[in-house]
Design a protein around this ligand. Structure first.
Ligand code: WTA
Length: 650
């Protein structure tokens, strides 16, 4: 493995798509890609309007793109329904009996929903939602495990014109509470519990705790999944199965939505402790996820597609549900952990359902690689024809393992770069056309103008690192931050005028390939999960023994990044190993176990500037042990650095 890795770097090997693959692909050659790309940039609005013709519209748009500073609207005047496009349209086109969702439970049971059956369930649940007196534009919070009811609930929101805000089931009650209160959700859908590694996680209990402090929530609908004991509050809480069996009507006409009505809010981490409610609208988001799904995953009618993300993150929204179903695909949804009951679980599911396209995160690949080749090798993975990654940079070693062992040297790998804010994939290989370089997300998707700029706004030179930006608006982009247009403008358009700032650093090589190098702001990617340092810090500080905290990322072989926390205790409190554990447990309780620091260092002082700002780059180099602090003469007490270095937690 190691030797192969070295030779790969030496040769700077490029993996060309095989003739076989290209022959059947939507986009068959680099020349064809370039032609489409050039057209899409010269005639950007026309390009998107032509693509939008593929969708079902109740009424066509009047205007393709409206610009107002950094605020953009797409397809104004159009009337559309996202759920209609995902379900009814496929049934009208003859896919009623095709499987829309294959659900694989953690215990190995499976359930399949045809497009017709899914429409029945979604329509019934739309009637349930309506019976709770919700009106168009009201927010519904979904805090659920990976069960079919989550897909049904989100599609029902889309059908009825309600805005969903999905909160990842791994977040704790405190995080749930903040997200509910920010968008003032009126109804919450949850489950009694959720299965993870064979254990039951008490979802409903978390909801109960959050709702002690969420005055906007009037109703809770609870799916029975684990049969764990829960309490049901009279009048507020209702069982999903009761509600579904009581609905009078089984049909629900999809509501005609304006193109720019809100489809959903999804909270993501930023530079302050308060998560941002990233807002996506109807037509543009649908079109963008539709087109990227089709071309990036190069899908055919017979494909069985599996994206392993959780629907609680953007990847699940865009590429398990909306983009996949709008294309009439068969999308697999897996409830459990990748290593339960053993590290062969993913490969066993691939074999069982004959998965042809497999999309996962580098962290999962690295975690499974540790267990060796024997797990993938003990399963028949012949059905696979395309692999994908998302969420963080993939190291060439993991790329090679994925390519050789999982893909058996014949599956292209699409390394897709994008963000919650971008709605869909922006930089990516198109597998029949673009030669691959392991570790590079390759080129811009048609219609997208990505670039790398220096601090002064000029273009970075070849191989020079800089700010990754997008220079033209695209239909899938976020429209604003819920209730905070100022934060939207400042975060994404504050640095370079009329240019979208991604927050990542990147470089472009001599062949025009993009290499994403990681975040430039206070966002940490732990096992592909996006966390804000400020949010984690606020939870550490809420522990009674803690006076101040600062967290920085450190490299982690499997998770990509992990959290290293510097903690100053209140006067008179003894720094003990037990207390470290207590603080770690406290963060898990407050935010969720994904946010647990992997290392804690107690310190009496932080490296602060004279104006009192913590100098994070100093902490980062101490945590990483690089000793490259840069200039520390502006610290109010430069001796702190030496003290911190001595106390370093290795
Ligand atoms: C990172 C996930 C390198 C990046 C869809 C981005 C990546 C952040 C890649 C967004 C990739 C995503 N290569 N880095 N292929 N894909 N990222 O909002 O730092 O959870 O800004 O969206 O993930 O994370 P988010």
């Amino acid at each position: 493995m190691k030797d192969e890795f070295k030779s790969l770097l030496k040769e700077k090997r490029v993996f060309k798509p095989s003739k076989e693959f290209s022959k059947n692909a939507h986009i068959k050659s680099i020349q064809e890609y370039k032609k489409i790309y050039n057209y899409s940039i010269k005639n950007s609005e026309k390009f998107w309007a032509e693509k939008a013709e593929q969708l079902h519209w109740f009424k066509k748009w009047n205007k393709i793109l409206t610009k107002n500073g950094c605020f953009f609207k797409w397809f104004e005047g159009g009337k559309i329904n996202v759920c209609y496009n995902c379900l009814d349209k496929n049934i009208e086109e003859g896919r009623g009996n095709k499987i829309a969702i294959i659900w694989e439970a953690e215990d190995g049971q499976a359930k399949k929903y045809t497009y017709s059956k899914l429409l029945d369930e979604v329509s019934k649940f739309s009637n349930v939602l309506k019976s709770h007196n919700l009106k168009k534009g009201d927010r519904v919070c979904l805090y659920m495990p990976m069960i079919p009811e989550l897909a049904i609930a989100m599609l029902a929101c889309a059908r009825t014109g309600l805005i969903h805000s999905i909160v990842f089931g791994g977040f704790s009650s405190e995080s749930l509470k903040d997200r509910i209160n920010d968008c003032k959700a009126k109804l919450v859908v949850t489950s009694d519990g959720s299965f993870r590694n064979g254990k039951v996680i008490p979802s409903k209990e978390n909801v109960d705790a959050a709702l002690n402090d969420c005055p906007s929530v009037k109703k809770v609908i609870v799916v029975k999944r684990c049969n764990n004991k829960i309490s049901m509050k009279n009048k507020r809480d209702h069982w999903w199965h009761d509600e579904m069996s009581q609905v009078r009507y089984h049909e629900f006409k999809a509501v005609e939505m304006c193109s720019e009505d809100t489809l959903f809010i999804l909270y993501t981490s930023g530079t302050t402790g308060k998560p941002k409610g990233v807002l996506h609208t109807q037509a543009g988001y649908l079109l963008y996820t539709y087109q990227t799904f089709k071309w990036v995953f190069d899908t055919k009618d017979e494909d069985i597609y599996w994206c392993t993300a959780d629907i609680g993150w953007i990847t699940g929204h865009s590429y398990i549900i909306y983009g996949a179903l709008a294309n009439g695909a068969t999308s697999l949804m897996y409830e459990g952990a990748p290593t339960y009951p053993n590290p062969g679980r993913f490969w066993q599911v691939v074999e069982k359902h004959n998965v042809t396209i497999f999309y996962t995160a580098p962290t999962a690949i690295r975690a499974l690689m540790v267990y060796g080749d024997k797990w993938p090798k003990s399963h028949n993975l012949k059905s696979l024809r395309l692999l994908g990654t998302v969420g963080e940079p993939i190291n060439p070693e993991a790329w090679m393992w994925y390519y050789n062992v999982v893909g058996n040297k014949h599956c292209p790998i699409v390394d897709t770069w994008w963000q919650t804010e971008t709605g869909g994939i922006l930089i990516t290989p198109l597998p029949g056309a673009i030669p691959l370089k392991p570790g590079s997300a390759t080129h811009s998707f048609p219609g997208i103008v990505a670039d790398v700029l220096k601090d002064d706004g000029t273009k970075a030179k070849t191989d020079e690192g800089g700010y990754l930006v997008i220079k033209k608006p695209w239909p899938g982009m976020l429209r604003t931050i819920w209730n905070n247009p100022k934060r939207y403008r400042e975060t994404y358009f504050g640095k370079f005028k009329n240019i979208y700032l991604a927050g990542d650093s990147a470089r472009i090589d001599k062949d025009g390939y993009f290499w994403i190098m990681g975040r430039l702001d206070d966002v940490i990617k732990v096992a592909g999960h996006r966390l804000g340092t400020a949010e984690v810090e606020s939870h550490i500080v809420s522990h009674k023994a803690v006076a101040e905290a600062a967290v920085v990322p450190i490299q982690d072989e499997i998770k990509g990044q992990a959290i290293y926390a510097f903690v100053t205790l209140k006067k008179g409190i003894l720094a003990t190993e037990n207390l470290k554990q207590e603080i770690t447990g406290h963060v898990a309780n407050k935010m969720g176990s994904i946010a647990k620091p992997s290392k804690i260092q107690f310190t009496d002082d932080m490296p602060k500037t004279r104006s009192g700002k913590i100098m994070r780059r100093v902490l980062k180099s101490i945590a990483e042990g690089t000793k490259e602090y840069g200039n520390i003469s502006t610290l109010s007490d430069p001796n702190v650095v030496e003290k911190l270095e001595r106390g370093r937690s290795s």
